[in-house]
Design a protein around this ligand. Structure first.
Ligand SMILES: *[C@@H]1O[C@H](CO)[C@@H](O)[C@H](O)[C@H]1NC(C)=O
Ligand SMILES: *[C@@H]1O[C@H](CO)[C@@H](O)[C@H](O)[C@H]1NC(C)=O
Ligand SMILES: *[C@@H]1O[C@H](CO)[C@@H](O)[C@H](O)[C@H]1NC(C)=O
Ligand SMILES: *[C@@H]1O[C@H](CO)[C@@H](O)[C@H](O)[C@H]1NC(C)=O
Length: 286
């Protein structure tokens, strides 16, 4: 598919203790191959009214999840539903290690159809975690228990500008650190933080490979790390974060969610359109 794919999914500067990938183009001794399928990847809590069929990805010989965003769709609970959403632990061998890990990488390839219309923005998968069930629904304007969860999905914005859409503890430290991430960061009225908007630009009609590394802070210290690579190049690298205030808040996997929005019709998809997600990967780094 892409010759550099292995190094884009698993940046060579990192050390991998173990991990998985659905890509057949990765040959790393620590990384096992998994099928792109709900049961193999530990998919659960699937959003009602959405589907994520497995197809052969465009310009690829690999399996991909297909997301369909009907015209007028926005907001995963809206009247017209588009995209899809679920949580994912990864295969059992990976899932078992998440709660004791300090540092985790996840990555995937995403293709937006060639005549894709970006509108104002939409969500893309990223990692999540927290204290037990408080890790779920760490999004959508939530204000309570924000020290007990973290959710670091990505977003596309107008014209394909990329960013991280972060739900992290609402601390003064995090606000100060996040506000400085170039080229632009914004604290949103829904209590999510847009980090590094425009640090990269997604290309329609091509496979864009995104990798996300998170290192948890030691409880009581502001020493967490967030790093994003796109096609193998670091585009965001933030240090000094607080993702939790106790060791009970742990990695739980990926919040594999995509939709247009935003919660207002101004975000609605302007046409029926599709995107594909492939090469789903994860690694325990420490
Ligand atoms: C995988 O890599 C090992 C050594 O790193 C090599 O010996 C082997 O031939 C490779 N397998 C494939 C299918 O490329
Ligand atoms: C898919 O596989 C076929 C048969 O091996 C090959 O001819 C074709 O080039 C492959 N396509 C891509 C996009 O890798
Ligand atoms: C990523 O790489 C693919 C294949 O080389 C390319 O078509 C695409 O435009 C790249 N995307 C970005 C954001 O650089
Ligand atoms: C973490 O934050 C929560 C909510 O603010 C608080 O109830 C809890 O006591 C804090 N835990 C520690 C270990 O500071």
């Amino acid at each position: 598919m892409i010759t550099a794919l292995q190094s884009w999914l698993f940046p060579p500067a990192l050390t991998f203790l173990s991990g998985f990938t659905t890509s057949s183009y990765v040959n790393l001794s620590q990384i096992t191959t998994a099928a792109l399928a709900d049961d193999a990847l530990g998919v659960f809590k699937i959003s009602s009214g959405t589907t994520h069929p497995v197809v052969t990805g465009p310009n690829s010989n690999e399996s991909a999840w297909e997301a369909f965003y009907p015209e007028g769709s926005y907001n995963p609970n809206g009247p017209i539903r588009g995209g899809f959403g679920f949580y994912m632990t990864g295969p059992p061998s990976f899932a078992e290690q998440l709660s004791t890990a300090n540092e985790v990488l996840t990555s995937y390839s995403v293709m937006f159809e060639p005549d894709w219309e970006w509108m104002k923005g939409g969500k893309l998968p990223g990692q999540f975690g927290g204290v037990g069930d408080l890790a779920y629904r760490c999004s959508g304007g939530r204000q309570n228990d924000r020290t007990q969860c973290f959710d670091l999905r990505l977003m596309w914005r107008a014209n394909g500008a990329g960013e991280v859409y972060a739900y992290l503890p609402l601390s003064e430290n995090n606000a100060q650190v996040l506000a400085t991430v170039p080229p632009m960061s914004v604290e949103n009225p829904d209590y999510g933080f847009s980090i590094g908007r425009g640090a990269w630009t997604f290309r329609p009609g091509a496979w864009n490979v995104v990798a996300e590394r998170i290192k948890l802070n030691d409880p009581g210290k502001n020493n967490g790390i967030l790093q994003i690579w796109v096609n193998g190049t670091t585009v965001i690298h933030v240090q000094g974060l607080e993702l939790r205030n106790s060791s009970q808040s742990v990695f739980q996997g990926m919040h594999f969610q995509t939709f247009f929005g935003g919660s207002t019709s101004a975000y609605a998809s302007p046409q029926d359109q599709k995107a594909w997600f492939s090469d789903i990967s994860g690694a325990i780094l420490g």
